[in-house]
Design a protein around this ligand. Structure first.
Ligand code: MN
Length: 380
């Protein structure tokens, strides 16, 4: 029996993870759940999965359900609620599926408490990559990636620990504006951007996918997860989202992982690694697909991807600055305050006007994040 804690249990990944748990009651037991504000769904999850501890961040959401919580669960509403769940003694595996830099303190706490981390959050590695990697090494463990591309790369690397990686091919759907002209991008709205062609995800990540910043963040994530220089990570547009990523080795072999776009597979692989068991994900019929297509990304039309490469080359706290500027800009765009093409501009301005700290401590990271948010919010 594996005891699981889920941070971000009411989001897209969190709910799919709970579907998996429901399929295998003899394998998985939920001990902790954390949500931000969806009290109605969290209450349902508490009643169904009976965690020892649950946390909700929003005080109004907490007040709306606190009297309905059954006696077997303690519900908390504290600033460090997620950290308390990350540290709970009963948990073996911690799925981190919150969005944004909020994932960083949770991952750090989980690693310090020697938990096995299934990671769906990109921003923890983007902002605190070095700090997280050092903790993982100190634990003599690895991070089990849940992001579909990184799970694919992880799967392609199995049995290849002694083989040198030539390149990592990081596939991207290209988002809803792949075929737009550069001028057309000036007028797109949040509503247009939220129509993702292949994946069904939360709002923030769907906007990131439309600017291709999602792939930029994933380049940085891959660098830390697989310890490869970013020059060896090659984004590739693949609109069908069937090849989830690939690794090229020295002999020329290009090993790819394919499947229908369904997050249940990477979630299950992270939970059950190295075993493969039925996850409920739809199986792929290649004859029915007929053909798959691939293109080089258009760095001119989608500058966010290039900015991510710039930021990781500058190093230190700059990827954190990139991420903070992006989080604020995406929020402003979702609220109709800025245009689509303002997003890369705000990020570019930020990364070239932030004081570089070469070897940031975790407090330096939080401080960079705080300062950039203030600056970018004012600019919007
Ligand atoms: Mn992804």
């Amino acid at each position: 029996m594996k005891n699981i804690a889920i941070l971000g249990s009411t989001g897209s990944i969190g709910t799919q993870a709970l579907e998996i748990v429901r399929m295998y009651p003899e394998k998985f037991n939920v001990v902790g759940l954390a949500a931000k504000s969806n009290s109605e769904l969290l209450l349902k999850q508490i009643i169904q999965f009976k965690p020892v501890l649950a946390s909700i961040e929003d005080i109004n959401a907490y007040n709306s359900i606190k009297d309905d919580i059954p006696p077997y669960t303690t519900l908390i509403c504290q600033k460090d609620g997620m950290i308390q769940i990350a540290q709970m003694e009963q948990a073996d595996i911690m799925l981190v599926s919150v969005v944004g830099i909020a994932g960083l303190p949770a991952v750090v706490a989980g690693l310090k408490a020697k938990k096995k981390i299934a990671l769906a959050n990109k921003e923890a590695l983007v902002t605190g990559g070095k700090i997280v990697s050092d903790l993982v090494k100190a634990n003599n463990d690895i991070i089990y990636p849940v992001d579909s591309e990184h799970s694919a790369i992880f799967q392609c690397l199995q049995g290849n620990s002694n083989n040198k990686i030539n390149n990592i091919i990081l596939t991207a759907s290209g988002g809803p504006f792949r075929n737009y002209k550069k001028e057309q991008l000036l007028n797109v709205t949040a509503k247009d951007a939220l129509k993702h062609p292949t994946w069904n995800m939360g709002n923030k990540i769907t906007i990131d996918s439309s600017t291709i910043m999602n792939k930029g963040l994933e380049v940085i994530e891959a660098k830390w997860l697989f310890d490869v220089p970013v020059e060896k990570i090659k984004p590739l547009i693949h609109p069908e989202s069937i090849v989830h990523s690939a690794v090229e080795f020295e002999d020329g072999a290009l090993i790819a992982q394919m499947g229908e776009p369904d997050m249940k597979l990477p979630i299950m692989y992270a939970f059950e690694y190295p075993d493969r068991i039925y996850s409920g994900a739809k199986h792929l019929d290649l004859a029915q697909k007929g053909s798959l297509t691939f293109f080089e990304p258009d760095y001119d039309k989608f500058p966010c991807l290039q900015l991510a490469f710039e930021a990781i080359k500058m190093g230190g706290n700059i990827p954190c600055a990139l991420n903070a500027a992006n989080e604020v800009a995406v929020d402003l765009f979702l609220n109709g305050k800025i245009g689509f093409c303002d997003i890369p501009q705000m990020i570019e301005h930020t990364i070239f006007n932030t004081d570089i700290i070469k070897n940031p401590t975790i407090d330096d990271i939080y401080e960079t994040d705080r300062l950039v948010r203030i600056k970018v919010s004012k600019g919007g």
